[in-house]
Design a protein. Structure first.
Ligand SMILES: [Fe+2]
Length: 380
């Protein structure tokens, strides 16, 4: 059963109740996801994971924070590790196309009644004039244009490791009402690339972009607001295998949560890791070009067992249920709202723990040798 494609994500029957109003103010011109500001409880342990194991480059560090970038990056950082009492995401940061776009950010979010703070000197080392907001979904965002340039290490192959991380690719956010989130993100200028739905009209997740890749962020249905993961790109699939081999050699295989594998959604090759605080990091490569104005939207059926893993491997329960808190602009954890729509995990687990749930399949569609092989929560 191939996924279906259509020309636009916004269809009349997809308008949710309790929708976030569309501001009269135009949205800012967002270029791309730029960095994640992440609070960690043990800065040394996190530095070891992100620098010594994953090979991110230290732009600056002090007793309270480490500023890291990927090998092709020319802005100051893609990830800030900040020492703090609660492991959480402090800001999802986006770069805008020009300095004056920040005025649009302020107008857009003020009209929505959101808390908005602007600092001409910036909130974060290496970043200039910037705006932080708590958005209508409860997520902390930062927008900026001015940023310190640093050496782009693309040609410094003497510094590249076999698992070299070359770009920040995307965020993934957990939110209870995906259609509500998608509509607001479209108002903010994002476009849907792919989503997962069912025949009853429930949307389980959606992938949205500004840059011409599959996404800058995804909205995953679940209790939220929470950070599901941050993703870094490698050049090739073999770089991801090299990371797995390195983790094995370091006796850190427990860092691997899911994969490696091939996604159905996005077509990318993937690996999910958990950092010392449990923050989830995806290593990701080889999705596709989406820059044409009429790029088709791809919709997957939630009962397609190849949507999350193209080879049909099961998704571990922790991947569906666990995520990191996010902070408000004062640094306090945001309250989490429970999802009331059906959960993807609940509708995609068969009676034997893991099986096909496609309605056209009968009991014997799953090969006998595979039935009962994977009992979620009871894997050998
Ligand atoms: Fe991802």
């Amino acid at each position: 059963m191939p996924p279906t494609t259509r020309r636009s994500a916004r269809e009349p029957d997809a308008v949710p109740e309790n929708l976030i109003p569309t501001p009269a103010a135009p949205p800012p011109d967002i270029v791309r996801c730029a960095y994640l500001d992440l609070v960690v409880t043990d800065l040394a342990a996190s530095r070891d994971f992100y620098v010594d194991v994953l090979g991110l480059v230290v732009t600056h560090e002090d007793d309270d924070a480490v500023y890291l970038r990927s090998l092709e990056e020319f802005i100051h950082h893609n990830l800030v590790l900040r020492r703090g009492p609660v492991a959480a995401a402090a800001a999802f940061a986006y770069r805008v196309r020009a300095p004056e776009e920040l005025d649009r950010v302020v107008a857009f979010y003020r009209e929505l009644g959101c808390r908005v703070e602007r600092r001409a000197e910036g909130f974060t080392r290496g970043v200039g004039d910037s705006v932080r907001v708590t958005d209508p979904l409860g997520f902390p965002y930062e927008f900026f244009y001015e940023v310190e340039h640093v050496e782009r290490l693309a040609w410094r192959y003497d510094l590249h490791t076999p698992g070299a991380l070359v770009r920040l690719d995307h965020f993934n956010q957990v939110t209870p009402d995906v259609p509500r989130a998608v509509r607001y993100m479209e108002d903010l200028g994002f476009r849907v690339t792919e989503d997962i739905q069912d025949a009853e009209g429930t949307t389980y997740a959606a992938w949205m972009r500004r840059k011409p890749t599959v996404h800058d962020t995804a909205m995953t249905g679940g209790d939220g607001p929470r950070l599901h993961h941050v993703a870094f790109a490698t050049h090739e699939k073999h770089n991801i295998i090299a990371i797995c081999d390195k983790l094995g050699a370091l006796r850190q295989s427990d860092r691997i949560e899911r994969g490696p594998g091939r996604h159905g959604v996005s077509n990318a090759f993937y690996l999910y890791l958990r950092d010392p605080d449990g923050h989830r990091v995806e290593i990701y490569t080889q999705d596709y070009w989406t820059g044409d104005p009429d790029n088709p939207v791809v919709t997957w059926d939630v009962h397609d067992n190849q949507r999350r893993d193209w080879w049909g491997n099961p998704v571990v329960p922790s991947w569906y249920t666990e995520a990191s808190p996010v902070l408000d602009l004062d640094g306090n954890p945001q309250p989490v709202v429970a999802r009331t729509d059906t959960s993807e995990m609940a509708v995609t687990i068969g009676a034997d723990g893991f099986s096909y749930t496609r309605p056209e399949d009968d009991e014997d569609a799953l090969p006998s040798w595979k039935q009962g092989e994977y009992k979620l929560g009871h894997q050998l």
